[in-house]
Ligand binder design. Structure first.
Ligand code: TEU
Length: 543
């Protein structure tokens, strides 16, 4: 494919630096720690690292509140370490994708410190200020982290907008100077040779606060086209927007190459399927596998040539997939591999979140004092006041809380799990002695080696990257089966999404012994009567 881009054949690995590898015993992961683990990532075979924020930050939201875009967080190291990380990664053909958090800054960013000084300050307009209405907040906008999105500034008597924590004031993108600042800092990082950007809540930057419009504002795409022109347009980089409200139609607006905006977006439709309609992420309902199949199929087929997909189960905001929709007890390895096989043989660019590749699980908390995440803590307070029981709230946090993904990476079976020799900033999952990198590397049948193999398959078989996707219908609901077709070749991927054995009868598909990858011992597949074991998944080439 002559027009293909490197990021279309890539596999991206997300590092959450705080929890990846501590190198100096302070209990907090750091850049030196990442450098020390590059050989591991090279062995896994990934193309690029998406690095969650490493910039200077007071850590109200673990680095998603930035006080200096051109400097490194003290706990993580120095700019010299950052330059070395980029360089050392490059030597292993791994690119570094920076997290671009420009919907808001920290309240400790010099722009906000200035803006707060008064209505006449030249930086005032960098943020969104409004007068009170009837002695109260300007309108009903709510923060994602609970409570109103408006905070009163006592000095001026005006409110400022914060769609996240009150320590994350929203930037005013309508101000041309703000956009210019953003282009400048992006160019600063592009000049360092980074491989691109993951753009935090980028769908919010076109907000119209007075009309209570937050996502997908009218000028959003104009801004992104300006960004493309002013920054990465001349560079061969990957850009991926975090867009919670995207539909396939919206995703095409971002990722149609002709529009010169982004490479792709993260779409979140599939990860909302276990939440009650019209409520928020904490209000749980069981997943319907049928719904999951239809949502993923829609995304596989509807972007066509006018867009490109991202593929993911996990990130630093989401619970661990093996605990969420798999079985992290009896069938942990089987279900972890099932998710891997199912996703990595789809069309799009796969993202692996640290620890997913060894089947790491959620961490059950029994008391709110164990929780560090601002989103969970604020929700806890809000719901206690609203009359929910502690048990209910903790059940929600255990199912969906962001700390589930943020417990330290489990490298080995020594105390601290090989993450730190000190006191870890967040509890290490007590299962580190059974689930760790060391054992995964040693066991050829491990979750890690399944991921490694899938990554290699994508890199050696164009059908994985380019093949057309077709869902196989007429199978039991818990069976997820699809075909990929490319240049006369057909692959079939089958997955049993449940803990019970199931049989499929599709005689028209014949039989084949060309198994490509499987999570159980399997030499062939006879579709006249195909028996799938609990969480069994495999791919096979059809004759
Ligand atoms: O997340 C955006 C966001 O809306 C999340 O807070 C998400 O809604 C929530 O975790 C799940 O309900 C991005 C970052 O990924 C997140 O870590 C940041 O906290 C947030 O933006 C603010 O920068």
């Amino acid at each position: 494919n002559v027009n293909s881009k490197w990021w279309q054949t890539a596999v991206i690995y997300q590092v959450y630096p705080r929890s990846f590898q501590d190198s100096d015993g302070d209990g907090i992961g750091d850049l030196r720690g990442i450098i020390n683990r590059l050989d591991y990532l090279e062995q896994l075979g990934i193309t690029a690292i998406w690095l969650s924020p490493v910039y200077k930050s007071p850590n109200d939201d673990n680095g998603y509140d930035i006080s200096d875009y051109r400097d490194i967080m003290d706990e993580f190291g120095t700019m010299a370490d950052m330059d070395e990380l980029i360089e050392q990664a490059k030597r292993r053909s791994i690119r570094i994708i920076m997290d671009l958090v420009v919907n808001h800054t920290s309240d400790e960013h010099p722009w906000f410190i200035e803006a707060r000084k008064g209505k006449d300050n030249p930086y005032r307009d960098y943020y969104v200020w409004r007068d009170p209405v009837d002695g109260d907040v300007p309108n009903g906008l709510r923060s994602t982290f609970s409570g109103p999105a408006w905070e009163l500034d006592e000095v001026s008597g005006q409110y400022f907008l914060h769609l996240f924590s009150r320590r994350q004031p929203d930037l005013n993108w309508e101000n041309e100077k703000v956009r210019q600042e953003v282009w400048d800092l992006m160019n600063f990082w592009l000049d360092k040779g980074v491989g691109g950007f993951r753009m935090d809540v980028i769908d919010l930057v076109g907000k119209i606060p007075d009309r209570e419009i937050t996502g997908n504002g009218p000028k959003l795409h104009e801004y992104l086209q300006e960004m493309h022109r002013e920054t990465f347009g001349k560079h061969d980089v990957l850009t991926v927007g975090e867009t919670w409200g995207a539909t396939p139609e919206i995703a095409k607006l971002y990722s149609d190459p002709a529009r010169k905006e982004l490479s792709m977006v993260f779409q979140f439709e599939h990860v909302g399927l276990d939440q009650q309609e019209g409520k928020d992420k904490w209000d749980l309902k069981p997943l319907s596998v049928g719904e999951l199949k239809s949502v993923l199929t829609k995304w596989q087929t509807e972007l066509g040539r006018e867009g490109w997909n991202s593929l993911f189960w996990n990130n630093h905001d989401l619970p661990r997939i093996v605990s969420r929709w798999g079985d992290d007890q009896t069938f942990r390895k089987e279900s972890a591999k099932m998710f891997a096989i199912l996703l990595h043989l789809m069309k799009g660019t796969p993202y692996i979140y640290q620890g997913e590749e060894i089947g790491m699980t959620n961490y059950p908390v029994t008391d709110i004092s164990e929780v560090q995440d601002i989103e969970s803590i604020n929700m806890y307070r809000e719901r206690l006041e609203a009359g929910y029981s502690k048990e209910d709230i903790l059940a929600s946090i255990n199912a969906k809380g962001r700390d589930n993904a943020r417990t330290p990476m489990q490298w080995d079976d020594t105390p601290g799990g090989g993450f730190t020799t000190g006191e870890p900033w967040l509890h290490v999952n007590p299962n580190y002695a059974e689930i760790n990198v060391k054992d995964n590397l040693a066991d050829p049948d491990s979750v890690f080696h399944c991921y490694r193999k899938l990554i290699a398959l994508r890199q050696s078989h164009p059908i994985v990257v380019w093949g057309e996707f077709e869902l196989v219908k007429d199978v039991p609901e818990q069976v997820f089966m699809y075909l990929r077709r490319y240049e006369g070749e057909t692959w079939l991927v089958a997955a049993n999404f449940g803990g019970e054995a199931v049989t499929v009868a599709l005689p028209e598909l014949g039989a084949s012994d060309e198994i490509i990858i499987a999570n159980y011992d399997r030499q062939s597949a006879n579709f006249a009567e195909l028996a799938l074991r609990p969480y069994e998944a495999f791919a096979v080439k059809l004759g």
